[in-house]
Ligand binder design. Structure first.
Ligand code: ZN
Length: 138
């Protein structure tokens, strides 16, 4: 399978605007996009760092994946996302290699992407997100 780069690092935060003091004001990162993803109960803020990005994730409902994460572990690094060329192919390859996807098929993610998460228990304790940014033809 073909992996292009570290697409972004996801960081669980209690409050995005509070944390922007660090990432935007102190580190000087530029906000690339902000989006609510109601079906996951979260709001995200993407900040550009050169060719890669930092994704701040804030919960907008009580039992979202992010509120559960923060309850258990506190704020901190939540996942690492790798951009792949062909996510369907990556999903198949993951199954063949005993990496358990969190969903049966890739889901639609922020900014028209397709994403697939791999269970941390099958991936050395790291929640890995695979992202396909554009269609293969682009
Ligand atoms: Zn992500």
């Amino acid at each position: 399978m073909k992996t292009i780069k570290v697409d972004h690092i996801g960081i669980a935060v209690k409050n995005i605007s509070e944390r922007l003091k660090l990432y935007r004001d102190f580190l000087g990162l530029k906000i690339a996009e902000e989006e609510e993803i109601p079906n996951r109960g979260i709001r995200i803020c993407m900040l550009e760092v050169g060719d890669s990005r930092i994704e701040l994730l804030e919960s907008i409902c009580q039992d979202s994946e992010i509120s559960k994460f923060i309850e258990k572990k506190g704020e901190g690094i939540h996942h690492i996302a790798f951009e792949v060329k062909d996510i369907e192919n990556a999903a198949q390859f993951a199954k063949e290699n005993e990496l358990r996807p969190l969903s049966e098929t890739p889901q639609s993610g922020a900014g028209n992407s397709k994403v697939l998460f791999l269970h941390p228990k099958t991936a050395g304790g790291v929640l890995i997100e695979l992202v396909q940014r554009k269609s293969k033809e682009d």
